[in-house]
Each structure stands twice: as structure tokens, then as C-alpha cells.
Design a protein around this ligand. Structure first.
Ligand SMILES: Nc1ncnc2c1ncn2[C@@H]1O[C@H](COP(=O)(O)OP(=O)(O)OP(=O)(O)O)[C@@H](O)[C@H]1O
Length: 562
């Protein structure tokens, strides 16, 4: 039924995101430049071929078309098919590599960032994973088409210069004017696209609230309607207006560009040729290439909005990456008990902590002094909002104190050892997450597991199959029992429980305080428990009361009938 669980196919967690990204960029860049030239060159070859044949037809008639032209034509078609295939394959591989590389980057950085860094960036991470990466990947599919079009435009311009100098100069003037206008207008469009991205963040925030609070919304549909009516609908309205402005701006740009082109074509066809005495064959050749340029410019115009949005997404991802990296990196994980000796004491000295959140009244705790020794059972109690969880979070290393320090066996824990220190604790938070597998355990002890499942009276409900719980669809109290069993199997020297017994029935609550806690103490666990169960306060070796951010040791023994 149960078996030793080993992570057999585990990939080492040493993926270095920024190096991987730069390698990806560099190796593909050279290849893409080459492919873009090849692809643009093939299209240009086709254009000059057709132009040459038209020229011959106009001067010599159909007799000019020889077998060499047919062979040349077939060669160009084969070259076209080959370059397109190579190009398509390269794009697909690149975009998929980019997509997964970015996803892995972000997950890696999330796993590497500290709690405080991540806790207020969850929505940003979500939007980056759901929207920005897709935006960037889709744009990467277009990038070669985009660069190929640019190469065609440049090659055509050179060709046009050889056909007719004056016509080329006029065209160049119009193209430069059009590009200038486009750049000028693009700035305001860019601002609209940036705003669209910020609106998307807000949308994601409320969307997550709807999913997270769906039960509450189901119970009272007015809640959902209000979120819809006062938040989602407003964001949608603002977004529609904003996107409309952005896309109308782009459309205006496109229409202006196309109109300028049409005016140029009309001027060349109806006026310039005759006025400047240009041979009709040259005018036709010139216009033919110009029309080709127009189609490439249109491709560029169509792709540009996607690329602009992708640029914003790319900036967002880069900022998120930088934000998650910027704060002090977590040190290497080491076994602190090997480095600083077996756990004897943990002491916090003069620590203070303040939430940097003006809207919440800047709640602060401290200065707090607290010591726990091996084998102690410590209870912390106090009113709601008095700061118990905040204090325990600083003790665990989740929140970094503003002043003071945490000492392990009298060694001050510095940032380098922060994560190694945190991993000394097995924790069941009040808002715990129950993983369906034992991710923190390399070798699962089946006997211990069976024993704990029985001790916590849950062996008739849950089995462990292939290293995972047969189900996690249980009551809250039962799920908490499994979370505690997981923490116990991790065999950390310290156990921290935040209102663990709050969801247990009276019978099991009594069993927990009077049988399980002493047994765990006997087994060598050091326990810190936040509790409101005053009936069982005397089950602790020491009690502390938290009051308005100040921790006071309770010296009077508590006598209660159990
Ligand atoms: N993420 C946060 N950002 C800003 N302020 C916070 C945050 N979490 C908690 N607080 C503030 O800290 C105070 C203490 O919260 P804490 O969770 O430590 O209380 P507690 O004693 O554990 O309460 P309870 O018994 O209800 O669990 C709260 O009143 C709240 O104002």
C-alpha cells in the first residue's frame, strides 16, 4: 500500500534564468538575421525576376520568354519553399523555447524570492504568466515576417534608386515623412497600450477575487454583482475606451501612411514621369517595385501594434524579473545543525517589525525578547489582531525584523543563512496549503506514516499511494491533521502551529493537547503554538501573551480542569 518515495526523475534546481535567456537570445539572433536576409532576398529575387520579364515583354513581346526564364522561375519557387520551411521551423522552435524559458524563469524566480517580496506581487506574477508571456511568444512568431519585410523594403529602395534617381528621391522623401509622422503618433499610442496593460493587472486582481471568493459569491450573488458592476464593468469600460483610442490612433497612422503612398503612386503615374521625361518602361518598373514596397510596409504596419504590445509585455516581465531579483538573494541552503551545532536555543532579541502599509495603520510589534530551548512547549495567546502571527512570522524568518535579531544557538542569523534557518521549522499555518505529495521528504518512512495516520485517526479516510495522499478532499479539520502529519514526517526539530486545534472537534482537541502534544515533546519536538484554547493553556511549559504588539511571558500557572 505505502512505499518508499524517491523523486527519481528530478531535475536539479540550478537553472540560472538570466544566463539561459541571454544564451537563447544570442544564439538565435545570428541565425534569425541570416534567415531574414535569406527570406527577404528570395522575395526580392522573385520581384526583380518578374520585373525583368515584364520589361522584356514590353520591349520584345512574348518571344523574349525563353526556357532559361522557366528554369530560373522554378529555382526561385524551390528556394522560396525551402526558406519558408526553414524559417517556419526556426520560428516555432524559438517561440516555444522562449515561452517555456520565460515560464521557467518566472517560476524559478518566484521560488527563489522571499516571502515579503512575493506576497504583494502575486497578481503581477499571475498576469505575467497568463498574458505577457503569451503576448511575447505570439509576437516572436511575427518577428521574422517583420524583419523580412524591412529587408524587402530596404532592398527595393536600393533597386528603385538604380531604376530612376529622381523618382527614388521623391519616394524617399515621402517614406521619411511618413515614418516621422508615424513615430510622432506612436508615442501617444504607446501610452495607451501601457495603460491597457495596467488595466489588465487590475482586471486580474478582481478576477482572482471572484475565483477565490466564489463560495461567498455563490451564497450571496449580490457580492458578485457588485464586483461585476463596480469593478469589472468599469475596468471593461475604461479598457474599451482606452483600446479604442490606441487602435484608432494606429489606424489613423496606417491610413495616413497608405494615403501618402497612393498620392505618391498617383503623382509618379500621372505627373512625374511626363514632367521629368522618364521612359515609360522605367516608370512602370518603378511603380511595380513601389507597389511591392507598399505591401511590405502594410505588413510592417499590421505587425507593429502586436510588437508594441509585446515590447510592453517584455518590459513588464523584465521589471518583474528585476524586482524579484533585486532584493537580497536567498543564501544557499545548508544544514544549520551541521554548521552551527544541534539545535539548543532560538532567541529573538529586541526585534521590532512594522507593516509598510499606511492604509492598515502601520501596525507594529516589539521590541520583543523571547527564547525557546530544545524540548519546550510554548503557547502564545492573545486577542485577534494583537500580533501573534506577525511575531511568529518574524521568528520563522518569513518577515524580516526592522531592528533586533534572531539567534540560533547564540549565532545571529544573517541574510545568507535566512532560508537555512527557516527550514528548521515544520509549520502548519492557519491558512495552510495542503500539498497532495510529500515534496519536502526524500525518503518517506512508511511505518511512521502509518503510525501518525492512526494517531490522528484519519487512517480510515486517507491512504498514501505512490507517495501521495489518496485524497485531499476532506473536511478542514481532517485536512489540518494531514498538514500536521506532513510537518511531523519532515522531522524538523521545531514545530510551529498557528491555531491548529481551532478546527478540531472537542474530543480530538482534548486528545491533541493532552496526548499528542506531550507525545511529540517526548519524541523530541520543540513546539510553538498560537492558541485561543484557554482550557488547555496548562499543557504548555511556557505561555506568552501578545497584547497590541507586545509579548509578555505569563508567569502565573494556569489551573484548569481538563
Ligand atoms: N499583510 C499585512 N499588511 C499590513 N498589515 C497587516 C498584514 N497582516 C496583518 N496586518 C496587521 O497586523 C495586525 C496583527 O495581525 P496578526 O495576524 O499578527 O494578528 P493575530 O494576533 O495573529 O490575530 P488572530 O488571532 O486574529 O489571528 C492586524 O491587526 C493587521 O492590522
Amino acid at each position: 500500500m505505502t512505499r518508499c518515495y524517491q523523486a527519481e526523475d528530478e531535475v536539479p534546481f540550478n537553472y540560472s534564468p538570466l544566463i539561459a535567456m541571454s544564451q537563447l537570445k544570442f544564439s538565435t539572433l545570428i541565425r534569425f538575421i541570416f534567415l531574414s536576409f535569406l527570406s527577404g532576398g528570395t522575395s526580392f529575387l522573385f520581384l526583380t525576376f518578374v520585373n525583368r520579364v515584364i520589361g522584356q515583354l514590353m520591349t520584345q513581346g512574348y518571344a523574349a520568354i525563353t526556357q532559361t526564364y522557366t528554369l530560373l522561375f522554378l529555382l526561385i519557387v524551390v528556394l522560396f519553399i525551402w526558406t519558408r520551411r526553414v524559417l517556419a521551423l526556426a520560428i516555432i522552435r524559438f517561440s516555444q523555447a522562449l515561452f517555456w524559458s520565460l515560464r521557467k524563469d518566472i517560476i524559478f524566480l518566484v521560488l527563489k524570492s522571499n516571502y515579503q517580496q512575493l506576497s504583494h506581487r502575486k497578481d503581477l506574477v499571475h498576469t505575467a504568466l497568463v498574458r505577457d508571456i503569451n503576448m511575447l511568444t505570439n509576437a516572436s512568431l511575427n518577428i521574422i515576417q517583420f524583419s523580412t519585410s524591412i529587408i524587402i523594403v530596404v532592398a527595393c529602395l536600393v533597386y528603385m534608386a538604380t531604376v530612376s534617381g529622381p523618382l527614388f528621391l521623391v519616394s524617399l522623401l515621402v517614406i521619411l515623412l511618413g515614418t516621422g509622422l508615424y513615430q510622432f503618433n506612436a508615442r501617444s499610442n504607446n501610452a495607451y497600450f501601457k495603460k491597457a496593460r495596467a488595466l489588465e493587472d487590475r482586471f486580474m486582481f478582481y478576477f482572482n477575487a471572484i475565483l477565490g471568493g466564489f463560495k461567498e459569491i455563490y451564497m450571496d450573488t449580490k457580492k458578485g454583482q457588485r464586483i461585476y458592476g463596480t469593478k469589472i464593468a468599469h475596468i471593461a469600460g475604461e479598457s474599451v475606451v482606452n483600446q479604442e483610442k490606441a487602435f484608432v490612433g494606429l489606424l489613423n497612422n496606417q491610413i495616413t501612411g497608405q494615403t501618402m503612398f497612393y498620392l505618391l503612386i498617383g503623382a509618379i503615374l500621372l505627373y512625374c514621369g511626363a514632367a521629368w521625361n522618364i521612359a515609360p518602361t522605367d516608370t512602370v518598373s518603378f511603380l511595380f517595385i513601389l507597389l511591392y514596397v507598399l505591401s511590405s510596409v502594410e505588413t510592417i504596419m499590421v505587425l507593429l501594434p502586436n510588437l508594441l504590445q509585446a515590447k510592453i509585455s517584455s518590459d513588464r516581465i523584465a521589471k518583474l524579473q528585476a524586482d524579484l531579483l533585486s532584493e537580497k538573494p536567498l543564501g544557499e541552503l545548508v544544514d544549520l545543525q551541521q554548521v552551527l551545532g544541534e539545535f539548543e536555543t532560538i532567541a529573538v532579541r529586541d526585534i521590532t517589525f512594522q507593516y509598510a502599509n499606511a492604509t492598515q495603520g502601520n501596525f507594529e510589534i516589539g521590541p520583543i525578547n523571547f527564547t525557546i530551548s530544545r524540548g519546550d512547549v510554548v503557547f502564545i495567546y492573545g486577542g485577534n489582531g494583537s500580533g501573534k502571527t506577525t511575531f511568529v512570522s518574524t521568528l520563522l524568518g518569513l518577515l524580516l525584523p526592522a531592528t533586533g535579531g534572531v539567534y540560533y544557538n547564540d549565532f545571529l542569523i544573517d541574510e545568507q543563512h535566512g532560508q537555512s534557518y527557516s527550514s528548521l521549522f515544520g509549520v502548519v499555518f492557519s491558512d495552510f496549503y495542503l500539498f497532495d505529495e510529500f515534496y519536502g521528504i526524500e525518503q518517506l518512512d512508511p511505518e511512521k506514516l502509518a503510525y501518525y495516520l492512526h494517531l490522528f485517526e484519519i487512517d480510515d479516510k486517507v491512504k498514501v499511494e505512490d507517495g501521495r495522499f489518496s485524497t485531499t478532499h476532506l473536511s478542514t479539520g481532517q485536512r489540518k491533521r494531514l498538514a500536521l502529519i506532513t510537518a511531523l514526517l519532515e522531522a524538523k526539530p521545531l514545530l510551529v502551529l498557528d491555531e491548529w486545534a481551532a478546527d478540531q472537534d472537542p474530543y480530538f482537541r482534548k486528545k491533541f493537547y493532552t496526548q499528542i502534544v506531550p507525545e511529540l515533546k517526548e519524541a523530541g519536538f520543540t513546539i510553538i503554538a498560537i492558541t485561543h484554547d484557554d482550557k488547555y493553556y496548562n499543557c504548555a511549559d511556557m505561555r506568552y501573551k501578545m497584547e497590541d504588539g507586545k509579548l509578555v511571558q505569563e508567569v502565573e500557572p494556569v489551573f484548569q480542569n481538563l
